[in-house]
Design a protein around this ligand. Structure first.
Ligand SMILES: [Zn+2]
Ligand SMILES: [Zn+2]
Length: 216
């Protein structure tokens, strides 16, 4: 599986185009402007990729700005955890709280839960439920190539925010990291919702929040 990262919008939110054998999935349509959205389409065309699925790690407003664009372009809905529903329904409220505007996507009808799989090309992504930063946070794992797209759970030197957002739990977030992500193994590459790509090994060794969680 090849992972093409993009960083979009004033919140510097990552969007990932994952592809294999000419098929692709888009994870977190964080593109806000038409030009940002079109840059993803340009890469799809450049690599001659067919979109198989549109996916969300969670539905905080900075991760969904471009959802409507891709829904209309590819005539399909985003798939997300069931707990995403109220966040999409309140997308306008979320946007107002952060002083931005959003064209809210449709409410996901297909829900992803722990253990579900998503296939494209020869790749099968596995879904882990990793709540804490948000109740709908999920991580997409590709075990064969040791890569995971984690959303706002684990960042380089940091972890997802649990203050000033609804329905967060720092304890649950640290449990998600220690019980779901660290067991993936130190060689796993992590593609986070914000900031640079990292590895489980690097974060286990250097991330102060992970070290705090491991001491508890
Ligand atoms: Zn978030
Ligand atoms: Zn975010």
């Amino acid at each position: 599986m090849q992972v093409e990262p993009f960083t979009f919008n004033p919140f510097m939110t990552n969007c990932y185009l994952c592809h294999d054998q000419g098929e692709a999935v888009l994870i977190d349509a964080s593109c806000k402007t038409e030009a940002e959205c079109e840059s993803v389409v340009a890469l799809l065309e450049e690599h001659d990729l067919t979109i198989r699925d549109l996916l969300l790690t969670h539905a905080h407003v900075d991760h969904i700005f471009g959802c409507r664009f891709f829904e209309e372009r590819f005539d399909r809905q985003f798939k997300a955890h069931e707990a995403t529903v109220p966040f999409i329904e309140r997308a306008d409220e979320q946007a107002t709280a952060f002083g931005v505007d959003v064209d809210p996507p449709s409410v996901p009808a297909t829900h992803l839960a722990e253990g579900d799989t998503i296939s494209f090309g020869d790749t099968t992504l596995e879904v882990l439920h990793t709540p804490g930063h948000s109740p709908d946070s999920i991580t997409f794992v590709h075990r064969a190539s040791q890569q995971a797209i984690t959303g706002d759970v684990l960042f380089q030197n940091s972890i997802g925010r649990t203050q000033g957002l609804p329905e967060t739990s720092r304890t649950q977030l640290l449990d998600s990291i220690t019980e779901k992500l660290l067991p993936l193994g130190d060689d796993f590459t992590i593609y986070p919702g914000h900031g640079p790509t990292t590895t489980i090994g690097r974060e286990r060794a250097q991330n102060p929040f992970v070290q705090e969680a491991l001491r508890q």
